[in-house]
Ligand binder design. Sequence first.
Ligand code: GLC
Length: 754
Amino acid sequence: MKCNLFLVFILLALTACKQTSSNPNNKDMDRFVDQLMSQMTLEEKIGQMNQLAIGFDITGPILNEGVEEKIKAGSVGSVLGIYTPEATRKLQELAVKESRLGIPILFGYDVIHGHRTIFPLNLGLAASWDLDLIERTARIAADEASADGLHWTFSPMVDIARDPRWGRVSEGAGEDPYLGSLITRAYIKGYEQNDLSQNNTILSCIKHFALYGAAEAGRDYNTVDMSRIRMYNEYLPPYKAGADAGAATFMTSFNEIDGVPATGNHWLLTELLRDEWGYQGFVVTDYGAIREMISHGVGDEREVAELSFKAGVDMEMVSELFYQYGPELVKSGKISEKVINKACRRVLEAKYKLGLFDDPYRYCNEEEKAKRYFTAENLAVAKEAAIKSMVLLKNDNELLPLDSTKKIAFIGPQVKRKRDLIGSWSAAGDYNQAVSLWEALDSKFGANRFLYAEGCNLLEDTLLIRKLNGFGSKIERSEKSSQYLIQEALNIARRADVVVAVVGEAFSMTGEAASRSDIQLPENQRELLKALAQTGKPVVLVLMNGRPLVLQWENDHLNAILETWFGGTMTGPAIADVLFGDAVPSGKITMTYPRNLGQIPIYYNYKNTGRPIHEEQKYTSKYLDVPNTPLYPFGYGLSYTTFEYSDLTLETGHAPSVQEISINIKNTGKYTATETVQLYLRDKVASITRPVKELKAFQQIELQPGEEKTLTFEISENDLKFYNSDLEYRAEPGEFDVFIGGNSCDTKQATFTY
Ligand code: GLC
């Protein structure tokens, strides 16, 4: 058995000088990495830049072969797709005991909204606007993932998205750069806790760098093309927030930028990320993205490998072109060994910070796993997150909360189905351990307290079902005909005082490679809803979905609408608590809901144009055939109570504050509830056109019925800055409108001059 005496020697030498990586500082780390790299061959250095996919979960179009041999040869720096202490220990032993230098490998995985305990999908978590909660979910995810052998999560996804046809909106924080930046920081803090040497913290990964959410027509992997001004002001801020927060890694995106794929884009990966932002971590590509540059049309295998080396990629996910062509590209002088050295160093530094050179098996601890995995405390946070993510979109005549003494019919394919509850990218989540709404109702009120009917299949489209079942959706169709199912449901509905219709998307209708050209509810579900509406019974619509949907008909014909997303392991108990008033909905959407497909892209921070929208005047920027407002605007969400805003006052602040703004909020309803008070600014005249509104601050406040409080916001010069035509980040003097309210439309307004 080849033993890496050299590595043992280094560790002994460092220990002798009391240098360990348990509390790494740069000098210790530099010395260790220098000594290690001085022993490495060119091939071994390139090996650290090679990440291979193996095992449990396939998240891309190809899988690698000969992984164990390559690990033993010292040609693998990281592996993605497996977890558990046992499986990771087996591969780690190959690396540490059988490769020449015994350099441990990094285990990475997509832990994006929980590992075993699954939280609501990320667009739902964002709707909580609760940064502390989001950080706690990330900390629990890291605690469980690290107990399961993982060192690195490919999260947070921070892509700004304004097109709900794109299935990956489910993974992000929505359309706003300010909120998206704060949420990015919360995830990083939760995953890394400013101390990677702890054995329950993991590397985070800012993805997908960059602008992936702007894929044309919301079609995944499609062309992205925008001005630098739009990039800097509207799409790049969350990535920069991740770099500034010291995220351990970045991941390149599949799309092109300025005609050059991100994975080979020197401006993006070196001039912007390194030179302008000073980023120190390492950059991994997305799955096979280097090889996919051949399809982009920018070279053959060798040429795209060279392009990525030169652009500043440090690790290649899966396509093995660095491994295949790297040595000869260096030997032929096409790329300098300095490029390899920089990349290899960054990867080794991450391993050092994790303490893997001290103990490569520190994350492979079954006892730790037993203590930290899927605990009652974690499930309690999952329920809290599911509740706080829900958004009440409509509630005519206070139909909600429901009175449990009434006859209530729960109808729809998502009343009992569990597969979708944990959404896509559900890591080690087990949907069998998720609690359905029906199970939660049984636990809360006793078995079969309420009426039930399936009402319709989740989908009728057999081609779509076949496609989705290929990705584990487990969609079955009832033997009963759809007519029979509807009739059965109507018979049940007629016996009830209230109908709760529980419908939505299959989890695999969102996420990666799941763009939809029609984002209404599936047609067969809408037929059921229309039939239920015709009974004249009040209907509550409970939605399970991963993106904003077109809900104009539902909004016009149903009495209440509760957006629950894919709420995670504790979906059922959370929905039951909210439906019956044991929890009050407080979520606010972070992506605009359009009235129809034609309005897309529609977002709140739009430009005024020279012919601003005016419904009556002809020559203005509008559609003739639809009201030119969203169905539900950014920041919107109702409560069981009501809030009254008053007394918006401005005072000139003392530097750096330029304005002190205060607003009075009163709970004018019957329920104690939390409100997210949002502050927007409009820069009315500047050297470039500026959005009609930009979120600049928010505060969450809980008020008892009748209670009122005054909130104060400090606006600093920094809040007024933007990137001008020269891409300088500046504030410009002039008038600013201030808007404060419970969403981006219904606001109190004032003006100040800076
Ligand atoms: C996928 C996704 C990326 C993910 C990676 C590894 O293609 O684009 O978000 O982290 O591959 O699974």
